[in-house]
Write a protein that binds this ligand. Structure first.
Ligand code: NI
Length: 201
């Protein structure tokens, strides 16, 4: 999941606009380099249900470290393995800028609140898109950490939202599927325009 104005005004990083002056050019260059490794809308891996992780070995630790570094450099709040082309049920996220980036392996939502809330979301795989998404306010998630230890996470607010957004990626679901028909149409238009501007249409 990508930051939006609403969530983190101090990190205004909407890609389709001019770079905000407070962002260091080096930070922006690193972000651009990281985004080049993130699969974009249209890549079939983003629509594929990811496979459970079975081995908690060095290769998994390496994958986690790579995703953490990419998410950090891309200024994202979360990143799921399919977004880097790996069909694994693995995600990383961080909602507080200075806290460690958490890795969740084989996460399952065990409970979600009946109360829902609408908020704007962006996605590192849908760079030109910000849409309103309604989601449960609180969730209870069971997962493993990268060493195979059990994790139970009770999350609310932004943390709950980011985890749900990333778990959606593991099931091939995107924010376009979770917004209104009108916003989806506008988003598809923005994506087409962005493609044309990039000369790949
Ligand atoms: Ni996303």
């Amino acid at each position: 999941m990508a930051v939006t104005d609403e969530q983190q005004p101090e990190q205004d990083v909407e890609e389709e606009r001019e770079a905000p002056p407070q962002l260091d050019p080096e930070v922006l260059a690193r972000r651009r380099a990281a985004l080049a490794h993130v699969r974009q809308f249209g890549d079939p891996v983003l629509r594929t249900k990811a496979r459970p992780v079975e081995r908690f070995d060095g290769a998994l630790h390496e994958e986690v470290r790579r995703m953490q570094a990419l998410m950090h450099d891309a200024l994202g709040l979360g990143l799921a393995a399919p977004q880097v082309g790996v069909s694994h049920r693995l995600l990383v996220y961080r909602v507080e800028p200075d806290s460690p980036i958490v890795a969740l392996v084989n996460p399952e939502i065990e409970w979600s609140s009946r109360d829902e809330e609408i908020s704007e979301e962006g996605c590192l795989s849908l760079i030109a898109v910000h849409v309103d998404v309604e989601r449960p306010i609180a969730v209870l998630v069971r997962a493993r950490d990268e060493h195979g230890e059990d994790l139970v996470i009770e999350a609310t607010g932004l943390e709950a939202r980011v985890i749900q957004h990333e778990i959606d990626h593991l099931d091939g679901v995107l924010i376009l599927d979770r917004t209104s028909r009108e916003q989806r149409k506008a988003a598809m238009r923005a994506l087409r325009e962005a493609e044309q501007a990039a000369g790949v249409a």
